[in-house]
Design a protein around this ligand. Structure first.
Ligand code: UT7
Length: 329
C-alpha cells in the first residue's frame, strides 16, 4: 500500500509587504534584499486572524476541488511554529473551521522542515492501513513573531499555508517513496523564539526584550542549510538509484534563493527542474513547500508519474528530503 497525494491547495493573504515598504521601516533596500535573498514581496495576514484561518483555507481548496466531504477526513496534521495559541492545537481549530466531524489530529513543530516531517508521518498512517484520508497542512503566520525593527529577520519571512490530501493506492509505483529526516538540537541557539514557552513564560521582561520574536544567526543557518539539504537529497537519490536528471521537479524550502541554487547545483539540476516562488511570498516557514507544491500542480508543472524531490532545513536544527511520484494528472 502506498500513500499518494490526491489533492493540493494553498492560501496566501491579500495584503502585500514589498521591499519598498520595508525600506520605510528599517535600514535596508530592494537591491540588498533581492540580491541576498531573492525576495520581492511577502503576504501579511490580518491582526485578528491566526494560522488556523490560512490552514483551513488551504485544506478547503482541496475539498472544493475534489468534491470530498470534510466528514471523510480521518486525520488532520498541521505543521507549524505559529499555532493560533498554546492550547489547543491549530489542528483542533482547523477541524472546527472545516467542520470535519469524524477525525482526530495534532500539530507538529519542526520549523521549516515541518511539512516534510508531517508528510512522512501522514504517509505512515496510510501505509499501515489504519486511515484512508489524511490532510497534511503546513503554514505559518510569521508576521506574528517578527520584530519589524530587526532587518536581519523582518525582510525574510511572510505568511502563508498549503495542504495536501494523502490517500492509499494499490499502485506501488506512485506516491511517497522514501525519505531521510534528521535533527540536531545543538543548533537550537542559532534559530529560535526564546519566550512564550515553559522556559520563559510571558513577562514584562520577555516582552520588553522582544523575546517573543524570532532570532536568527543567518550565516550559521545558511551554511548548515546548504550542507544538510544537499547531503540528504544526494543520499536519497543514491539509495533509490536515481540521478539529478531523473527528477522532474525539486520543490525546496523557500528560505533564500542562494540556498536553493547551491543545493540544486550540488545535485546537478537544471533551472527548469526547480520550483521557485520565494520572490512572491518570502519564507513562510512550514508553508513554503506545500504552497509551492500546490502552485506547481495548478500551473501544470508536474503530472502523474513525475518524480518529485522535496527538501528543507529549519529550526532545531531539523532537515530532511522526501522523494515522491506525483499521482495526479
Ligand atoms: O527557513 C529557516 C532557515 N533559514 C534560512 O535558511 C536563512 C539562512 N540565512 C540567510 O538566508 C542569510 O544568512 C540572510 C539572508 C539572513 C542574511 O544574508 P547574509 O548574506 O548571510 O548577510 P549577513 O547576515 O552576513 O549580513 C551581511 C551584512 C551585514 O552588515 P555588515 O556587518 O557586513 O556591515 C548585515 O548587517 O548585511 C547586513 N544586513 C542587511 N543590510 C541591508 C543584514 N540584513 C540586512 C538587510 N538590509 N535587511
Amino acid at each position: 500500500m502506498r500513500a499518494i497525494i490526491t489533492g493540493a491547495g494553498h492560501f496566501v493573504p491579500e495584503q502585500r509587504l514589498t521591499n519598498a515598504d520595508l525600506e520605510q521601516m528599517v535600514d535596508t533596500d530592494d537591491e540588498w534584499i533581492m540580491s541576498r535573498t531573492g525576495i520581492r514581496e511577502r503576504r501579511i495576514l490580518e491582526k485578528n486572524k491566526g494560522l488556523s484561518y490560512m490552514a483551513a483555507k488551504a485544506a478547503q481548496m482541496i475539498l472544493d476541488e475534489s468534491g470530498l466531504s470534510a466528514d471523510e477526513i480521518d486525520v488532520i496534521i498541521v505543521a507549524t511554529s505559529t499555532p493560533d495559541m498554546m492550547i489547543p492545537s491549530a489542528a483542533a481549530l482547523v477541524q472546527e473551521k472545516l467542520n470535519a466531524a469524524n477525525c482526530w489530529g495534532f500539530d507538529l513543530n519542526a520549523g521549516c522542515t515541518g511539512f516534510i516531517y508531517a508528510l512522512a508521518t501522514g504517509s505512515q498512517f496510510i501505509e499501515a492501513g489504519k486511515y484512508r484520508k489524511v490532510m497534511v497542512i503546513g503554514g505559518d503566520k510569521m508576521s506574528s513573531i517578527l520584530n519589524y525593527g530587526d532587518r536581519n529577520t523582518c525582510v525574510i519571512f511572510g505568511d502563508g499555508a498549503g495542504a495536501v490530501l494523502l490517500e492509499p493506492s494499490e499502485d506501488e509505483t506512485l506516491g511517497i517513496r522514501d525519505f531521510i529526516l534528521r535533527m540536531d538540537g545543538s543548533g537550537h541557539s542559532y534559530l529560535n523564539v526564546p519566550a512564550g514557552g515553559s522556559l520563559f513564560p510571558a513577562s514584562y521582561e520577555t516582552v520588553e526584550k522582544k523575546m517573543h520574536c524570532i532570532f536568527q544567526d543567518g550565516k550559521t543557518v545558511f551554511k548548515n542549510a546548504v550542507t544538510g539539504m544537499a547531503e540528504v537529497s544526494a543520499k536519497l537519490l543514491e539509495r533509490n538509484n536515481l540521478r539529478g536528471k531523473d527528477i522532474k521537479l525539486l520543490i525546496p524550502h523557500q528560505a533564500n534563493i542562494r540556498i536553493i541554487d547551491s543545493v540544486a547545483k550540488k545535485l546537478g539540476l537544471e533551472p527548469e527542474q526547480i520550483m521557485v516562488n520565494i520572490q512572491n511570498y518570502g519564507n513562510t516557514t512550514a508553508g513554503t513547500i506545500p504552497l509551492a507544491m500546490s502552485e506547481a500542480y495548478h500551473k501544470k508543472m508536474m503530472f502523474r508519474g513525475d518524480r518529485i524531490l522535496v527538501s528543507a532545513f529549519g529550526a532545531g536544527f531539523t532537515w530532511g528530503s522526501l522523494l515522491l511520484v506525483w499521482a495526479m494528472d
